[in-house]
Design a protein around this ligand. Structure first.
Ligand code: FPP
Ligand code: MG
Length: 333
């Protein structure tokens, strides 16, 4: 992993004006008749987040824009709806994970309760559906319908694999495609569809988004082991504590050695759910090389994402799409 700290806002500078429109939409357009709900929605988005999905959607829109065309309201709506679905899924995810902290703020389930969080998540999905209808494009409706199914399928798969110490890379990668890469791919691919681009461009941006999304999830899983709560704005170490076995642990478990059997024991007995067991498991993963192998795996997906951009003409937007793949490997939150 490179040691240079890359500034994401610098990479996204080519779409800064468009991203400001997206941000304004998210913070001020989610009006509800009920002032309490309006305030709550504004708070969820004011807490920030990297806005990486809408930014990639916007960069893809610009990188695949036919000569003479301009960015329209529809491109902004596509970016907004991508962030709405992402945020809705996090509000629901925090209920499932019983998480207390997100983006450095109390989660809706912690500040209020699970029932309200489920409803706020649903409300955000509803807002995303309205945006989707405004695009008047049945192909894009189908793609995002598939994404909603994928998000649920990914979560269900993860739930059913809890505390499973058997190494199954296919299951891990498939789950990562469903719960994360599917939404990344939808935004990138739908941009080219909005631009009425040929199948090669649509398929290339879908491939870029899928590979980038898997890379993003692998790094997310890595940061859960290497990061700290302040940096992440959410609880570190919570994957293992909840029995979610990800790449850094899988690499150690597949070794036929003492580290593998100790880690397996800590998972099988659910000792990882206790502070001491979790600390020991994280140390075993680090000492047995789980971090380095995970970085290599993430790099492989970042490279595949960059190669998918080959068919696009040279532009600052294409450069930014490639640079985001490198950024993901050095991000710290
Ligand atoms: C975060 O993963 C969660 C997701 C990427 C997807 C969650 C999806 C759902 C809860 C299903 C959504 C429901 C509908 C109706 C579509 P993580 O727990 O690995 O990341 P974290 O550490 O940031 O919590
Ligand atoms: Mg979670």
């Amino acid at each position: 992993m490179q040691s240079t700290v890359v500034d994401l806002s610098h990479l996204l500078a080519p779409v800064k004006p468009e991203m400001q429109l997206v941000d304004t939409w998210l913070v001020s357009n989610l009006i509800d008749d009920n002032a309490f709900v309006s305030d709550l929605l504004a708070q969820v988005f004011k807490a920030g987040g990297k806005r990486i999905r809408p930014a990639l959607t916007m960069l893809s829109s610009k990188a695949s824009l036919p000569d003479g065309d301009e960015i329209s309201r529809l491109h902004i709506i596509l970016a907004v709806l991508t962030e709405l679905i992402h945020t809705a899924s996090l509000v629901h995810d925090d209920v499932i994970d019983q998480a207390s902290l997100r983006r450095g703020e109390s989660t809706v389930n912690r500040k209020w309760n699970d029932k309200l969080a489920v409803l706020i998540g649903d409300l955000l999905f509803a807002q995303a559906s309205i945006c989707l209808a405004r695009l008047m494009n049945p192909q894009i409706v189908g793609i995002y319908g598939q994404v909603l199914g994928d998000l649920c399928a990914g979560e269900i798969r993860q739930m059913r694999q809890q505390f499973a110490s058997v190494v199954d890379w296919d299951a891990y990668l498939q789950k990562s495609v469903h719960k994360t890469a599917s939404l990344f791919a939808a935004g990138c691919q739908s941009s080219a569809i909005l631009n009425r681009r040929e199948e090669l461009v649509v398929a290339s941006l879908k491939s870029y988004g899928t590979n980038l999304g898997v890379c993003f999830q692998i790094v997310d899983d890595l940061l859960d082991v290497t990061g700290n709560t302040d940096q992440l704005g959410k609880a570190a170490g919570s994957d293992l504590a909840n029995g979610v076995i990800t790449a850094p642990a899988l690499f150690v478990l597949e070794q036929n050695d003492k580290s593998a059997s100790r880690l397996k024991e800590l998972i099988d007995t659910r000792a990882v759910g206790q502070a001491d067991g979790l600390t020991e498991a994280l140390a075993v993963i680090s000492q047995a090389g789980g971090i380095e192998k995970t970085v290599k795996l993430a790099s492989k997906y970042a490279e595949a994402a960059k190669s998918s951009l080959d068919c696009l003409p040279a532009s600052t937007y294409k450069d930014s799409l490639a640079a985001v793949a490198d950024y993901l490997l050095v991000r710290t939150n």
